[in-house]
Ligand binder design. Structure first.
Ligand SMILES: [Zn+2]
Length: 91
């Protein structure tokens, strides 16, 4: 009886472990790829923000041309829009 129990079969156990590892590696890869894309987007936004500083346009909303509140810029230094415009654009 004991020989037929799949949980006691050493080969079965190692098969399961291999599948788990594959799934974890795949998820880890996707997460890293998404994070890299996120970072690349941020670098672009920071680059744009730096160019605005040199043109004296930093902190001005790209959509409505109003000043972006300091509190928002402290949180997101590279923000291109104030909160109202950001919400409208994301809809
Ligand atoms: Zn705006």
């Amino acid at each position: 009886m004991k020989k037929d129990d799949p949980f006691l079969d050493p080969d079965h156990a190692s098969d399961n472990a291999a599948v788990d590892t594959d799934v974890r590696e795949q998820v880890g890869h996707d997460t890293i790829e998404a994070e890299v894309k996120d970072l690349e987007r941020r670098v672009e936004e920071i680059d744009v923000a730096l160019r605005k500083i040199s043109k004296n346009q930093y902190g001005i909303c790209e959509r409505c041309k109003k000043y972006i509140p300091q509190a928002r810029l402290k949180l997101i230094a590279e923000a291109a829009y104030d909160i109202d415009c950001e919400k409208k654009l994301r809809r």
